[in-house]
Design a protein around this ligand. Structure first.
Ligand code: ZN
Ligand code: ZN
Length: 437
């Protein structure tokens, strides 16, 4: 991990490359989750970058500064994959390639990131002008359509994970490369699962290496049972959920259950749902999501929020209780022990959700308060679990597999060994180092 200093020099090795070889270099996101940026280059001089994000902690974690690139391919709209893209445009005038839905969401993610960084006084290496310039450099690509970049051809393939998320297939000389991005082969309420594609080189994310995802149906049933329990005792469930994908998944699970519940929907997830519905090709079953939008009570004013406190379920941001309307609700719900907090994902260290789980306390509006409410956690992640990673690698059948987007722990070793047994050579790159394949 390298702390980003604008103007710092990159450790990228730009010496000549042997004919037929590929150089790759993780600016970030090699042995870590998120913070992704990777440079790919071959001997023909074609050089591109995939993703450029950062981890929005306090202080943020930034990848290394990259070398000049004319083209950046953005896999999906999560901040840890796109948060620094305006910097590349401002510095190199690069083109940003993404799917149409990702493009729509990007603008909101960047504007929100800028706002939060100003409020929290955590400066970014790009400013508002760079953001506007970046918006002018976006090029939209549908799935499955081949495009030229330098001497290569590439295309997006659906990645599952969240709506608009893409894998990248690149034809480099006589080899083809598959970049998984963040992906899931399991179908979620919002998106179909990713399909493997035979390739010579596979870059695969490893967030859940060595760790199985719980059975989805069982986990959803556990969530629904808990909601019923809380509502029957007269309480309200606060369900903090990420805006992009998770909150819509949660609404869909409740909708599908046919339980008679009053569900309020607040926070950035509402706007995200509108983006999904504006790009219906990128989501499964858009008609049902249109019904869900009419059924859920969309919170848009203070009086709506007060009404929501009397309802059964409140689905809102932020997913890790780091702010957003969730804090406003919690500040009011915390005094009645009939209420409950149902967390819908991983709570990173340093997050509000983690503090709640470990200390039963939370910093709300600058003041740390005790939260004596029932807290439960559900695993509804849309990343491939260990078995899905192994099966996917088996089907891609690449001779070289590069593991990234995951810590290089014993758990990743388990994945490495299983993929090696399939006959592939497995690579575990460090950040800030150039490798040849
Ligand atoms: Zn990611
Ligand atoms: Zn992601």
């Amino acid at each position: 991990m390298v702390l980003y200093t604008p103007g710092s020099t990159t450790s990228y090795d730009s010496s000549p490359i042997e004919s037929g070889k590929l150089r790759y270099h993780f600016l970030g996101g090699g042995p870590e989750v998120g913070n992704v940026g990777c440079i790919l280059e071959d001997d023909t001089g074609t050089r591109i970058q995939i993703d450029y994000g950062f981890v929005p902690k306090k202080p943020p974690i930034f990848p290394e500064e990259g070398p000049f690139v004319s083209d950046v391919i953005l896999t999906h709209s999560h901040i840890d994959h796109v948060g620094l893209a305006p910097w590349v445009v401002a510095s190199h005038g690069s083109k940003l390639h993404c799917t149409e839905l990702t493009a729509d969401i990007l603008e909101m993610v960047w504007r929100d990131t800028y706002k939060v960084s100003s409020i929290e006084k955590q400066p970014l290496p790009w400013d508002k002008r760079d953001l506007e310039e970046a918006l002018d450099h976006i090029i939209i690509h549908p799935f499955n359509e081949w495009t030229d970049v330098g001497s290569w051809k590439w295309r997006f393939l659906p990645a599952g994970h969240i709506p608009g998320a893409a894998m990248v297939e690149i034809q480099i000389g006589d080899r083809n490369l598959l970049w998984s991005g963040d992906f899931d082969t399991r179908t979620s309420p919002c998106v179909e699962g990713a399909k493997p594609k035979k390739s010579d080189i596979l870059f695969i994310e490893t967030t859940y290496a060595g760790k199985e995802q719980p059975d989805r149906a069982t986990e959803v049933q556990r969530l629904l049972d808990r909601i019923v329990e809380v509502v029957e005792r007269g309480g309200t469930c606060l369900i903090p959920a990420f805006a992009n994908g998770r909150s819509q998944d949660v609404l869909r699970y409740i909708w599908d259950s046919d339980l008679d519940l009053e569900v309020h929907f607040d926070g950035m997830g509402k706007r995200m749902l509108n983006f999904y519905l504006d790009n219906p090709n990128y989501i499964r079953d858009p008609d049902t999501f249109r019904d869900i939008k009419r059924w859920a009570r969309l919170v848009s004013s203070k009086s709506d929020r007060k009404k929501a406190l009397e309802g059964d379920v409140i689905v809102t941001t932020s997913g890790m209780l780091d702010g957003g309307p969730a804090h406003w609700y919690l500040n009011r719900l915390r005094n009645d022990q009939r209420n409950a907090i149902l967390l819908t994902g991983y709570q990173a260290s340093g997050s509000g959700g983690r503090q709640l789980l470990t200390e039963s306390r939370l910093k709300i509006f600058g003041k740390t308060v005790d939260i004596n409410l029932e807290v439960d956690q559900f695993s509804l992640s849309n990343h491939a679990g260990h078995s899905q990673l192994v099966d996917f690698a088996m089907d891609v059948a690449a001779s070289d597999v590069v593991l990234f987007h995951g810590e290089q722990t014993e758990k990743q070793e388990i994945l490495k060994e299983e993929i090696e047994k399939q006959g592939s050579k497995v690579h575990q790159p460090e950040n800030c180092k150039s490798y040849i394949l």
